[in-house]
Design a protein around this ligand. Structure first.
Ligand code: BQF
Length: 290
């Protein structure tokens, strides 16, 4: 079987058109969504990601602020900035770009962000809400994966979903969202026994391990939906996912490309969460529903 390609860029573009209409509507009633992106240091990948987020805000007419701190800024400097943004009525979303320099305690920083402005969904409050199936900000990458499946009319209910990777940013929240959508969920990791056999049981296979081309065709069931969350730069500069794309595309029913798959959706869901946050701040919705 030759897989259908799930085009993250096209789905993003479609969602952004809807969001533009929504923003115009909100503007009419005096609501102006605003996002603050905080970058500490200048990790080259982070600089690109922050630029992508600013560009998307600009494209949609969302107010955006980029706050850059030097790599040697203290934890206190960063906490003071977050405190200020927490109180700023123009700001509905606060995003601290990860990873942070090693001398800064990432958990402490994420816990300082007001849960009401935590559009990345990394605050323990929102993680807890996600766990009990209550409305909360869902982390952008796994939330984007759910939207990709829905836009492709792929049923989730009753399916075996296997996630390879157990990170707090992707694997774990992905499991919660798929469970919420009635999948039977397995999370695999580096210690999983006979990983290829577990993966072969997947109707929906999510690769989020951060190893280039780790998921090979022998690990994929015929006709499976394969979602590639990986972004790996090879020594020759080429960007590849966690899936051995060419071979797996011969076997899967659906597959996401890298680039142009999950990545653009991550950015779009950030904007989506920011808009929902602005609505909620204005009392237009009680909470944010996944
Ligand atoms: C594309 C990210 C790992 C760690 C921290 C579009 C992005 C990437 C790829 C992007 C990512 C990955 C982001 C493509 C933001 C996704 O066309 O394939 C957009 O900007 N991302 C991030 O902010 O932090 C990360 C991955």
């Amino acid at each position: 079987m030759a897989a259908k390609i799930i085009d993250g860029k096209a789905i993003s573009a479609k969602m952004k058109e809807e969001m533009k209409r929504e923003i115009a509507e909100l503007r009419g009633i005096g609501i102006f969504p605003g996002l603050a992106v905080v970058l500490v240091g200048e990790n080259p990948a982070s600089v690109v990601y922050v630029r992508n987020k600013g560009k998307a805000c600009h494209e949609l007419g969302v107010h955006s602020e980029e706050h850059r701190l030097l790599a040697n800024s203290s934890e206190e400097d960063l906490l003071r900035l977050i405190e200020r943004l927490n109180k700023d009525d123009k700001i509905n979303g606060i995003l601290v770009q990860l990873p942070l320099p090693r001398h800064i305690d990432e958990r402490k920083i994420l816990e300082a962000i007001s849960p009401d402005k935590d559009v990345d969904g990394f605050h323990p409050y929102n993680i807890g809400k996600l766990m009990i199936g209550e409305p909360a900000f869902a982390p952008c990458t796994p939330y984007g994966v759910i939207k990709m499946l829905e836009h492709s009319n792929i049923d989730i209910t009753g399916k075996n979903a296997v996630i390879v990777g157990r990170s707090n940013i992707v694997g774990k929240p992905m499991a919660m969202l798929l469970l919420q959508k009635n999948a039977t969920v397995t999370i695999c990791h580096s210690k999983t026994n006979d990983l290829p056999a577990v993966c072969r049981g997947a109707d929906i296979l999510i690769a989020a391990i951060g190893k280039p081309r780790f998921v090979t065709a022998d690990m994929v069931k015929d006709g499976a939906v394969v979602i590639d969350v990986g972004i790996n730069r090879l020594p020759d500069g080429k960007l590849v996912g966690d899936v051995d794309y060419d071979a797996v595309a011969q076997k899967a029913g659906y597959i996401t490309p890298v680039p142009g798959g999950v990545g653009p959706m991550t950015i779009t869901m950030l904007l989506y969460n920011t808009i929902q946050s602005a609505r909620r701040a204005a009392g237009k919705v009680k909470a944010v529903e996944v």
